[in-house]
Structures are given as structure tokens and as C-alpha cells.
Design a protein around this ligand. Structure first.
Ligand code: ATP
Length: 331
């Protein structure tokens, strides 16, 4: 059984003609101890997908489909169970830790709190565990007495990771966890997340607009466009040899290590992603697609087999057989 199975997930904000279909039928699978990256331009639905996994969306959002965490349906779960699952089963790390941490509480107390509430640890036990967690994320235990404003951005993001780890979750969802940080600290935090995932067998869903970061960090990579996954496969394959024209354009937009030409001229993608409230007919990428055919304006494509390692892409130029359901279940 997979750690996480997302099937036919749809999220729509609002109702009526102005409804925004932010996620439009996403199927993804994640095995324990592996990492899945989710990439795509701003507004393609990455954060909505992340929040939907733990049912953290605002009340204007309507959800359909299935999210199974260790076989348990998160979308149908009762509130009491959901509260426990949010800490002990899965936890989320957002960008901008300053906004997520409570400014008036010491960080040691903030890390200890879920242990008191969800694990019913004693005060002394929770303090001890908070100190251990700080050391695991590379901060001295003596920093437990500090307030968030006394830490740097990178240190605060480490505290967020310590909090996410506190109840030993099986899954961590990290939404742009390093975006607000400088490049050196970004690399340190990503290596820290990678190490913890490997050591503790945690499943990681890592969301970023930066395909290069995801290709470096993740086992598999899904590329979203206008609320759908248009390409999915082994991370390096999707980055180096994307099969979908949008995947190729996204990948070309990032400079490559060891390729000075790409550093000088990373290519942008002309045009903007479509307004989700007024999506074009057919393939939603066709108005920007350099290889669109006449039929692309009429017919959308399912994900098709694009290569080994369950590499899939939803494009008319991909000759493989259409697949339904998540790629992870396939040989
Ligand atoms: N609370 C909301 N109410 C209405 N529409 C929303 C809401 N939150 C997001 N949206 C819309 O849903 C779509 C997907 O947004 P989402 O934030 O999931 O994209 P994203 O890929 O994470 O973007 P970014 O990289 O900028 O964070 C966008 O069109 C956005 O405007």
C-alpha cells in the first residue's frame, strides 16, 4: 500500500460562473521514504493541492476525489481524527516561518506543544524532546528559550521543520519551504529535509516553482498546468528530457549547472497561464504551445506513457497509450 494516494482530486473555490477550478482531477501516488516534487507556474494550483491533502482549505473551497493516507480517507475523516492526523500522520511546512510561528512564545514551547496535546507527553518529556528536535535540525538545544524574532530566517525555518517532525509524522508536505531564504541557506535547508526524510523513512511532497531545486531533491516530479498534472515521472528525466512542451519550457527557464549557455540565456515562456475561471477549450496549454496542432484547441489529452520509469505526459505528441490513475501504481 502507498503512503499517499491521491485519486481524481478536484478543488473548486466559490460557486456559479465565477467559480475557480483550482485543481482539476489530480492523481498522484507517493511511497513511504520517497519524495515527490510538484512544480508549475504561479496560480497552477500547487498550494491548493498541498492544503487539500490535510483539508486546510478555506470554507469557500469544495473538494471531490480521494486522498488516502496510509489507506485512510482524509477527505471523509471526522474532525477529531483529522486533528490527530494533521500532526501525527502528516504535517505541513509553509514558506515564511515568521508568520507561522507565534511571536510571543519561546520556540522550545512551540515545538513542545503538539507533544503535550497530541502525544500526551509530560512537560519535562516534551521539553527534552523539543531540545532533541532542535539538535536534529542543526540548532543548539540552548536556543529553546529564544523568541522567533531573535532567530534568522533560516533558523526559523529550521524551527518549523522541527515542529513538523515533533509527532513523528509519516508524511511531510513542504510548500516552498525555502523560497524566502538566500541561496546558501536554501541549499542547507533542502539538504536537511532530504537527510531527515531518508533517515526517518518519511514521505515528502515538496512544492516549488523552481524545477531545478526539485530535480535535485526529489525522486519523482509532477508538473502542473492550470490545475492538472500534465507530466509526471522520475525527477531527473522530467527535468532533463521533458516530454510535454510545457515541461520542456519550464525546464528551459532554469539555468543548468555545468551549462554556461543556459546560464547566459535561460529561456522564458511567452504568454501567461490561463485564468482558471475561463479556461480555453481543448488542451489548456495550446494557446502558448510552440508545437500545437489544430486539434489541440478542441481535444484535451489524457496522461500517456512517455518513457521508462512510469514517465507520463498529457500531450498529443506523446505516442504512448493513455493511462488512468496514478503512475506510482504502475510497473
Ligand atoms: N481562497 C481562494 N479563493 C479563490 N480563489 C483562490 C483561493 N486561493 C487560491 N485561489 C485561486 O486558485 C488558483 C490556484 O492557486 P494556488 O495558490 O493553489 O496556486 P499556486 O500554484 O500555489 O500559486 P503560487 O505559486 O503563486 O503560490 C489561482 O487561480 C488562485 O487565484
Amino acid at each position: 500500500m502507498s503512503l499517499l494516494e491521491i485519486r481524481g482530486l478536484r478543488v473548486t473555490y466559490g460557486r456559479g460562473p465565477s467559480a475557480v477550478p483550482a485543481v482539476r482531477g489530480v492523481d498522484l501516488t507517493l511511497a513511504a521514504g520517497t519524495t515527490l516534487g510538484i512544480a508549475g507556474e504561479s496560480g497552477c494550483g500547487k498550494s491548493t493541492l498541498a492544503l487539500a491533502l490535510l483539508r486546510l482549505l478555506p470554507s469557500s473551497a469544495r473538494l471531490a476525489g480521494t486522498v488516502l493516507l496510509d489507506g485512510e480517507d482524509v477527505l471523509g475523516m471526522r474532525w477529531g481524527r483529522l486533528r490527530t492526523v494533521r500532526w501525527a500522520g502528516a504535517s505541513i511546512v509553509f514558506q515564511g516561518a515568521m508568520h507561522s510561528l507565534n511571536a510571543v512564545h519561546r520556540i522550545g514551547d512551540q515545538i513542545a506543544e503538539p507533544l503535550l496535546v497530541h502525544r500526551r507527553e509530560t512537560a519535562a518529556g516534551a521539553r527534552r524532546r523539543a531540545a532533541e528536535l532542535l539538535e536534529q535540525v542543526g540548532l543548539p538545544a540552548s536556543r529553546a528559550g529564544a523568541y522567533p524574532h531573535e532567530l534568522s530566517g533560516g533558523q526559523r525555518q529550521r524551527v518549523m521543520i522541527a515542529m513538523a517532525l515533533a509527532c513523528a509524522p509519516r508524511l511531510i508536505v513542504a510548500d516552498e519551504p525555502t523560497t524566502a531564504l538566500d541561496v546558501m541557506i536554501q541549499a542547507q535547508i533542502l539538504r536537511l529535509i532530504e537527510r531527515l526524510v531518508a533517515e526517518q523513512g518519511i514521505g515528502l511532497v515538496l512544492i516549488s516553482h523552481d524545477l531545478a531545486v526539485l530535480a535535485d531533491t526529489c525522486d519523482r516530479l509532477a508538473v502542473m498546468y492550470a490545475g492538472r498534472v500534465v507530466e509526471e515521472g522520475p525527477a531527473r528525466t522530467v527535468y532533463d528530457a521533458a516530454a510535454h512542451p510545457y515541461g520542456r519550457a519550464l525546464s528551459a527557464a532554469f539555468p543548468r549547472v555545468g551549462d554556461p549557455a543556459s546560464r547566459r540565456a535561460p529561456r522564458g515562456l511567452p504568454g501567461d497561464p490561463p485564468d482558471p475561471a475561463a479556461l480555453p477549450d481543448g488542451c489548456t496549454f495550446h494557446p502558448r504551445c510552440p508545437v500545437a496542432l489544430a486539434g489541440c484547441a478542441e481535444e484535451d489529452q489524457p496522461l500517456r506513457a512517455a518513457g521508462p520509469g512510469a514517465h507520463l505526459a498529457a500531450c498529443v505528441h506523446v505516442a504512448g497509450a493513455p493511462v488512468d490513475g496514478p503512475a506510482g501504481g504502475r510497473p
